[in-house]
Structures are given as structure tokens and as C-alpha cells.
Design a protein around this ligand. Sequence first.
Ligand code: HEC
Length: 274
Amino acid sequence: MKKFLIACFLFVVTVDVYATPEEDRLALREFFTQRFPDMDLNEMINGLYAFDEGAREQWLEMEDFPPYEIAIEEGEEAFNEPFANSKSYADCFENGGIGIKQNYPRFDKDSGEIITLELAINQCRTDNGEEPLPWLTGELAAISAYMAFTSRGNKMSVVIPDDPRALSAYESGKEYYYTRRGQLEFACENCHMQSAGFQLRADRLSGMLGQATHWPVYRSKWGEIGTLHKRFRECNSQVRAKPYDPQSRVYRELEYFLSFMSNDMEMNGPASRR
Ligand code: HEC
């Protein structure tokens, strides 16, 4: 922990509150280019494995028999199962829901809300008279995994339309990322920018860039596939801050910001992590 804390003070980041989202994104890429001049930034979609050669080898072995494969199959089956009213998920999404994950989260003009893919899946269910599914794991995560799988290779393309509500959602997400919280008083950036690539206890820390391209994730520690908001909750708990509810506005706006930062990077979900 001591080594880790020292690392936090080595890299001072200045947040430009007046920058446009696109300027933020380019500044973030510049930050990581300077931190890791010899690394191909595109590797950061693989999280901590971009930094840790030993862990990367074990991970590549794990990927030979991907632990999320069952979730993709179950998700595909659930996705194609018609609702009681004989409509299906495909009716709720553009392009029948295939290859569209890179556009999420998206801003909804009518409600002014940020819509994550998981929220859209459950909205599709309730619009068709079905019960919503639990948010963090299980069938919802499996459907999301299948939809992510059909989007592999596409480039993340989250849009912030010219609407003050969309920009304000982005700004809230950004502010959340840079605000210290919890008994340990850590912001997301303290771990995933200043300390990216460093060891924290048993873990090597991933960087912010590329953190949104590969969800949901099968995590060995969870023993199952889980959504991004499950990870947000875990990172909140790690600094002894109270986690928010999955799909709360705070987490949706955080996801909006985080995903925009990964724009133009390859979609590679679902993924496995130790
Ligand atoms: C005390 C350090 C710490 C803080 C603060 C922290 N995290 Fe994490 N985070 C971790 C660790 C450890 C992991 C697991 C190793 C890894 O993948 O980086 C992780 C993993 C993640 C991952 C998964 C990365 C991947 O490739 O699968 C995401 C996304 C993430 N954190 C987002 C956040 C967000 C958003 C915040 C702020 C709410 C945050 N983290 C705050 C320590 C932290």
C-alpha cells in the first residue's frame, strides 16, 4: 500500500473543466501516451493485461477456453426466446439488436436520460409486459454478453448530441470520476490514471482508457459473468464508499463518460478477468 500511495503523488493530472468531451478524450490519450510511451494504447482494451506480461500469459491461456462462452450461448437463447406477446428483443433495437453495443450508453431525447444497454434490455421487457431481470449477473448479463459478442470488432462510438442535458450528464460522470470519496478518500482517477500499471496488493491496476470496451466480464473472483455496474460497486467498496444502486443515474452518467473516453477503440466484450 505504501508503494502505491507514493505512486499517486508522482503523476499529477490537471482536469480541464471547460474542455469539450472530444478534447477530454484526446487529452486522456495524450496522458497515457506520456505515461507509457512504448505501449500501443489500443492494448488498453485488455485492462491490466496491457501492463502485466506474466498475468497476460495466464489470461491468454484462460481465453483458449473462454469462461464466458456459456453466458454467450445462454444469452443468445434468451435473446431469441419470444415474449408472451410473441414480440422479442430484436423488435426493441435498431438492426434487430445485432452489432449495436458500441452505441451504448446513448442519450434519450424524450426522457433526457442516459440509456445503458442493460437498461434498454429491461425496458424492452417491461414494454412488452415482462418482469425486469436483476441487474448485476445472470440472464441480463448473459443477454448483454451475447449482444456484446455480436459487436466485437466494431469501434466504440458513443455520441453526445448537441443537447445541454446530454452534455450535463457527461459532465456529471466526469466529475464523479475525479472526485475523492470513501473512508480512503480515493477518486477513480487516483487508481486508474495516476496509478495505472502499478500493483495494488494482489492486483495490477488497469487504466481508464479502454475500460468500457469489453463488458460484461466473467471474473474468476466472482465465478460468474457480471455487468459494469457490478464492477463500479466493487470499486466503490474498495475505498469504503457506499455503492450506488445499479442503473442509478450516477452510475449511468459515469458509464456515459467512461464509454466516451473509450471511443474509437475496438469492442472486445465479453471478456475474462482474474
Ligand atoms: C483503490 C483503487 C481503486 C479505485 C479508487 C477504483 N478502482 Fe476500479 N479497480 C481497482 C482494482 C484493483 C481493479 C481490478 C484490477 C483492474 O482491472 O484494474 C479495478 C477494476 C476496475 C474496472 C475493470 C477493468 C477491466 O479491464 O475489467 C473498472 C471499469 C473500474 N475499475 C472502474 C472504476 C471506477 C469507475 C472507479 C471510481 C468509481 C474506480 N474504478 C475506482 C481499483 C480501484
